[in-house]
Design a protein around this ligand. Structure first.
Ligand code: DLL
Length: 434
């Protein structure tokens, strides 16, 4: 099933021809309207008319998050403020947020791409979409909302929070699709259990989860607890919001990135040079249809790989692998690189361990320390102390064997780790605080 079959199954040659045409016009647009890009291109010694093939993309300079911060709030906009109909911003834990603006056409394109994404996840007109992504400056809520309406499904604009009410509405309104962060879905499962509501009695069929890293084992856990098929959706506000890439229900093997709107590259984050197909690196995206704030070779910091292999679903658009983390989330513990998602995968494979954890990194006597706090189920917790000790040691050994990092595991009581209604906070790095 497709939403826009012509574009979603465009043969690669035609797709690449379209990409080139759109790339050229985007480069012209930013050169003409955005002083930042005019200077950056002049400095790189490249003019828009020199873009003749898709490979010429390599000649263009990168755009970094810092460039967006330096352009706060509107300096990177390539459209007149008169033509901007929506403004979003990413929260940003430090400093000013990153601001993005959309023209009417940008909103239309975004709605279409979100509608395509819904269909790719097996959602159709007639579905009741319980949208628990946050509404507001965050792109999740409104992005999913517009896509759902574009598709013609019924959307319930829940936003995040008030979890008990979420469960009641989901049950009473007969929601068939849930959209929220993966961590929030697990919080909902827990809240439902407390209310004595079994997800098996709900009508939910599909969950569309993203906005934060999650693992394959977390998917299993969610599918079991919520009794639905869980689909991974990726996006970022700088590029558009949710719906940049999504898995298809047929294959659930990589996320199709909508290549008629975005040009993906995977590069070695250190050298900036593209890596081979299938190899891991940093995802770099060039937008090729955006009017409000087109970005050239934007360094997402997200780590993935790409494949151009045809997919069982018939879509011709490349697939990126589930994000294994952000290069700036990567922890370096005594010189060893560790992504929180790697620890998550190990934890989720262990019986009795709950999908709620927190990594605490510190420095003692000039040495990095890692404490893994993880909840265990009620039964285990009330078990003999000896058993808990054995379990903690087993996890420590597993982490040491697989990731070569020494850590201290602290098993904690159920429901002691703070739950999230949006993006979960998995790491506390005390080394930064000092
Ligand atoms: O999180 C947009 C979004 C909303 C995506 C709803 C999916 C669903 P930002 O707040 O700008 O936008 O955060 C973007 O979140 O660079 C990734 O690091 C991370 N991220 C988003 N989706 C995924 C995912 C939205 N499926 C940042 N897996 C991105 C892993 C993800 N990380």
């Amino acid at each position: 099933m497709f939403y826009n079959e012509d574009f979603e199954t465009l043969p690669r040659q035609a797709l690449e021809a379209l990409q080139l045409k759109r790339l050229k016009s985007t480069v012209e647009r930013v050169y003409l309207h955005v002083p930042f890009y005019r200077q950056a291109l002049d400095k790189a010694g490249i003019r828009p008319e020199q873009i003749k093939t898709l490979e010429d993309l390599q000649k263009l300079p990168f755009t970094y998050k810092q460039d967006m911060r330096d352009s706060y709030p509107y300096a990177l906009f390539a459209a007149r403020m008169d033509d901007i109909v929506r403004i979003h911003a990413s929260s940003g834990t430090t400093g000013k947020p990153t601001v993005v603006g959309y023209t009417r056409k940008d909103i239309d394109n975004w709605s279409e791409l979100m509608a395509r994404s819904f269909v790719s996840a097996g959602v159709h007109k007639g579905d009741i979409i319980h949208n628990a992504y946050g509404y507001g400056l965050f792109t999740g809520g409104l992005g999913a909302h517009y896509g759902a309406e574009q598709l013609g499904a019924s959307v319930i604009p829940m936003s995040g929070g008030n979890t008990k009410k979420q469960i009641m509405i989901m049950k009473d309104f007969g929601s068939t699709v849930l959209t929220c962060t993966p961590s929030y879905s697990l919080y909902m499962a827990e809240a439902a259990q407390e209310e004595g509501i079994d997800f098996k009695t709900l009508n939910l069929r599909v969950g569309i989860f993203g906005a934060e890293p999650w693992s394959e084992s977390m998917r299993k856990e969610i599918e079991e607890k919520l009794n639905l098929s869980a689909i991974d959706i990726y996006g970022l506000s700088e590029i558009m919001g949710p719906g940049v890439a999504i898995e298809c229900l047929e294959a659930k093997s990589g996320l199709h990135i909508w290549e008629d709107h975005f040009l993906p590259e995977i590069i070695n984050p250190e050298t900036g040079i593209p890596v081979a197909e299938g190899e891991k690196g940093e995802l770099v995206i060039t937008t090729i249809t955006k009017e409000g704030i087109p970005l050239i070779r934007y360094r997402t910091r997200d780590i993935t790989s790409i494949t151009y292999e045809p997919c069982a679903c018939g879509r011709t658009h490349a697939r990126i692998a589930r994000m294994s983390g952000r290069s700036d989330d990567m922890l370096i513990i005594r010189g060893v690189n560790v992504f929180p998602s790697q620890i998550e995968s190990i934890l989720m494979e262990i019986e009795g361990v709950e999908p709620h954890y927190l990594l605490i990194v510190d420095r003692k006597d000039n040495l990095d320390t890692l404490e893994v706090q993880v909840e265990v189920d009620e039964q285990l917790f009330s078990d003999e102390v000896k058993h808990l000790q054995v379990l903690a040691l087993t996890i420590e050994k597993e982490i040491k064997d697989l990731l070569s990092v020494t850590c201290k595991v602290r098993l904690v009581e159920p429901k002691t780790i703070t739950r999230s209604e949006g993006k979960a906070k998995r790491v506390v790095d005390r080394r930064e605080i000092r």
